[in-house]
Design a protein around this ligand. Structure first.
Ligand code: TXA
Ligand code: MG
Length: 349
């Protein structure tokens, strides 16, 4: 679906985005075109959230199923008023603590939000990103921006402009390149329409941080099921090669050996401290031991290994706390097999 002869990539300073560059992007947005831009989590594909034509163009560019609603991005908390109604008290507390930042709040929608953004829901998901380029772009466009992650539907979220270009070249007119994103996993999605906030998607703001501020946070039945029972959730990310997730306390070397001995070209993603198999032909992508470093590099590592021509990817998992909850959520969705600490494999595809 090429509709542009080329996709322009304009570098933009993350500290002081140039007015001219922002003006080019904002002009496209006002005409209803989608533009990719950096946020602190992953790159987004933005369009005027109040223009149904612009929102449809986002879905088309990504090949995204229309029933999957979009997050609306705003540049200041005051913009929430025109998007949501019946804003509960807890929202203000969450905004004070976590905005701008990787927390998306699900609220009752205002009638101003086009149904293209939210599908058949009566709610709208809103976040104020903590990235100077994203904030300046929303301001310059003069409208909230609906923005899913800027990948082709089903692919890992992009954490660099090069990832966006790989997926969306000739499908969108412009990418603002602000360098690699700092968090590397998407925002946390929290439903605040019921008396106890419900976690719909773990992400860059941790459950522990949320509980410190608002007390109780419930896991949605879906999220809870996903952590306990990987066999019951739907595939979301579809890396081009099979992914095997090895739980943190399981023995990694044996799993790699098992595939290697079948003649498969194995790619391995693990942290610095892992005991590595001594096989020269296993492509190893080492990530920092800190969970923030691991999260930041994970999607890029998956994409790099895919491109390097491996037959399959083995990933060593992390503990499911803090940012690790979001990391494992994404890995479980990507994996077709999970190996537990007893060496038992659970087929999930
Ligand atoms: O960090 C992020 O959240 C990135 C950056 C670009 O902001 N965006 C992102 O968007 O990850 P996307 O479209 O890839 O994921 C949005 C998630 C989906 O799981 C969607 O189902 C959920 O948010 N969502 C959107 N609107 C919702 C609503 N009204 N109720 C419940 N879930 C909603
Ligand atoms: Mg996405």
């Amino acid at each position: 679906m090429a509709i542009f002869t080329e996709t322009r990539v304009l570098p933009v300073s993350s500290y002081r985005p140039s007015r001219e560059t922002l003006a080019v992007a904002a002009a496209l947005l006002r005409e209803g075109w989608p533009v990719a831009f950096p946020t602190e989590t992953v790159y987004g594909l933005g369009g005027d959230a109040l223009n149904p034509v612009a929102v449809r163009a986002i879905f088309r560019a990504k090949g995204r199923p229309p029933n999957n609603p979009l997050i609306v991005h705003i540049a200041e908390p005051g913009q929430l008023q025109e998007l949501a109604r019946k804003i509960p008290q807890v929202t203000h507390k969450l905004i004070d603590w976590f905005w701008p930042g990787p927390l998306t709040l699900v609220l009752k929608r205002s009638p101003k939000v086009p149904s293209e953004v939210i599908g058949r829901l009566d709610t709208v998901a809103v976040r104020m990103p903590a990235h100077p380029v994203a904030l300046a772009l929303i301001q310059e466009a003069g409208t909230p921006l609906a923005a899913p992650s800027a990948n082709l539907s089903g692919r890992p979220s992009p954490t660099t402009a090069a990832h966006v270009l790989r997926d969306l070249n000739t499908r969108i007119p412009l990418i603002l390149d602000g360098g690699p994103t700092s968090i590397g996993v998407e925002s946390t999605v929290l439903d605040v329409t019921s008396s106890t906030p419900v976690l719909l998607r773990p992400g860059g703001t941790t459950v522990e941080q949320l509980r410190e501020v608002v007390g109780r946070v419930a896991l949605s039945p879906k999220a809870a099921m996903l952590t306990r029972s990987p066999g019951t959730r739907h595939r979301h990310y579809q890396p081009r090669v099979e992914v095997v997730l090895v739980l943190p306390r399981a023995e990694l070397t044996g799993v790699v050996e098992q595939y290697w001995s079948r003649g498969l070209r194995v790619g391995l993603i693990c942290s610095e401290t892992a005991r590595l198999p001594r096989r020269p032909d296993v492509k190893v992508h080492v990530l920092p031991e800190s969970i923030s470093g691991f999260a930041k590099g994970l999607f890029a590592a998956i994409r790099a290994l895919e491109e390097s021509g491996v037959d399959m990817i083995v990933v060593q998992g992390v503990e499911e706390r803090g940012l690790g909850l979001a990391v494992m959520d994404r890995l479980r969705r990507a994996a077709s097999l999970v190996v537990d600490e007893h060496g038992q494999a659970v087929v999930t595809a």
